[in-house]
Design a protein around this ligand. Structure first.
Ligand code: 5AD
Ligand code: SF4
Length: 443
């Protein structure tokens, strides 16, 4: 047997990631674990020996994208000896059933078992492997092993899973119950990231405000204060927050801890209290609006983004109108909107998916149209102003065109004659579209 550290020497791998930031961070961990065993990352599926697909099950459409990629891989497998692994939420949901349905897959690993991926790949047998056992303890991957995609902004997962069981949501069945990562491990990871030159940290979890340090019981605010004191880190963000768990103490911490960006992703889902009740969200439209008011009272410059689902079973025209009303009241900086998609094992899937597809499609278009106008108006109001931007990359086509994010997490594209990747810069906004701002670096 080869010595640990080189069991996958010279094996070429490719990871394709669907879904949320947590999946992206998991793929960074998996990539690190494979590199640690000597495997080499490739830029394309065609040139790889090992193809890992990190899947998302949140909507039927995300699942289908994965199946169509599998079709392509089945063709490749007829020509070439490749190993195909399915990891992530679809893997956890269907377990061995996934291999039975899609024989191109060689192994299936759920989010609780990524620590075994090197061993599974090093086995070199033709036997199909399924590893989807739930674990109650947090599995720590040493921070130095994680291979990050960027050099300036980093994700740090602080908790995983969800105990809320919103009636439409598959996550409790794919990510399990909440597991919280020890605060000292999180802080140590961020310290190392700061030493490595990272300027921005995004704390990730399905419901970060319910975070408690499993060792001391200290709440999320305590973690934020600690991260705020880490030298070198300049901007801190976190997602996702649940409106029902957002106490005034968090707003105070956000105000006092100066590195925390005044930006909050606060999923609304629906503006109708009736629909919210059927979704099991634990707040009414009025309570949601009151949270927004409370946060804006402390921080008038707060930028909000949200998630909206249209066409939940039983959603009437009037319910939908109320969603539009909330969009107009809050004026979110950005939204993510979806047609309701019934998901296996969820409570809502047992109710009739009563809103016709055409109505869902129409409502989605209306939501996006209303929001587009709001964003256009807001972005236009920034023309002539100067925004602090963290530069994260540059255009492939135009070497003087750079891209970054402002504190509100909006995309800012700008012109600069010097390479400013990985730096904070001042950008004067000269024009905009509904989804991005454009400008030039101030000299
Ligand atoms: N159908 C449509 N959208 C969904 N989301 C979660 N479950 C579903 C579903 N069954 C959306 C929610 C959530 C985001 C990550 O995905 O808006 O906040
Ligand atoms: Fe998709 Fe949710 Fe899983 Fe993220 S946690 S990959 S959004 S199903």
């Amino acid at each position: 047997m080869k010595s640990p550290g080189s069991r996958l020497a010279n094996k070429k791998f490719f990871i394709h990631t669907y879904g949320c930031q947590m999946n992206e961070n998991d793929s960074e961990r998996i990539s690190g674990l494979l590199r640690d065993e000597g495997a080499l990352p490739e830029d394309s599926i065609e040139s790889s020996d090992i193809i890992i697909i990190n899947t998302c099950a949140v909507r039927q459409k995300s699942e289908e994208k994965f199946y169509s990629l599998l079709g392509r891989l089945a063709e490749l497998k007829r020509k070439k000896d490749i190993t195909v692994g399915a990891v992530g939420c679809v893997a956890q949901l269907y377990r061995s059933g996934l291999i039975e349905k899609k024989p191109v897959i060689d192994f299936v690993i759920g989010p609780d078992n990524y620590g075994q991926i090197q061993d599974i790949l090093a086995k070199q047998t033709d036997e199909k492997i399924v590893s989807t056992r739930w674990r109650s303890e947090w599995h720590e991957v040493p921070s130095h092993i994680v291979h990050r995609n960027g050099k300036t902004s980093a994700y740090t997962t602080i908790m995983e899973g969800c105990d809320n069981f919103c009636s439409y949501c598959i996550v409790p069945f794919t990510r399990g119950r909440e597991k919280h990562r020890p605060e000292r491990n999180i802080v140590e990871e961020i310290r190392q990231l700061a030493q490595g030159g990272y300027l921005e940290i995004q704390l990730l979890g399905q419901n970060v405000n319910s975070y408690r340090d499993p060792e001391t019981g200290f709440p999320f605010e305590h973690l934020l204060e600690k991260v705020n004191r880490i030298e070198g880190i300049q901007w801190i963000r976190f997602l996702a927050s649940h409106p029902k768990d957002l106490p005034p103490s968090l707003a105070r911490t956000m105000k006092e801890a100066k590195k925390i960006c005044h930006q909050l992703h606060l999923p609304l889902q629906s503006g109708s209290s009736d629909v919210l009740k059927k979704m099991g969200r634990g707040y009414t439209k009025e309570e949601y609006l009151e949270k927004i008011r409370m946060i804006r009272f402390h921080m008038p410059d707060m930028s909000f983004s949200t998630d909206i689902i249209v066409g939940f079973p039983g959603e009437t025209d009037n319910d939908f109108e109320q969603t539009i009303e909330v969009l107009k009241k809050v004026r979110f900086t950005n939204i993510f909107s979806f047609r309701y998609s019934p998901r296996p094992r969820t409570a809502a899937a047992k109710i009739d998916d009563s809103v016709p597809f055409a109505a869902k499609r129409e409502r989605l278009l209306v939501v996006q149209d209303v929001q587009k106008q709001i964003q256009l108006e807001h972005n236009s109001s920034l023309i002539g102003k100067t925004e602090k931007v963290l530069c994260l990359g540059k255009s492939k086509k135009d070497p003087q065109r750079y891209s970054g994010r402002n504190e509100a997490y909006q995309v800012v594209n700008f012109h600069s004659e010097h390479d400013v990747i990985g730096q904070f810069v001042e950008v004067r906004i000269t024009s905009c579209g509904p989804y991005s701002l454009h400008g030039a670096i101030k000299s």
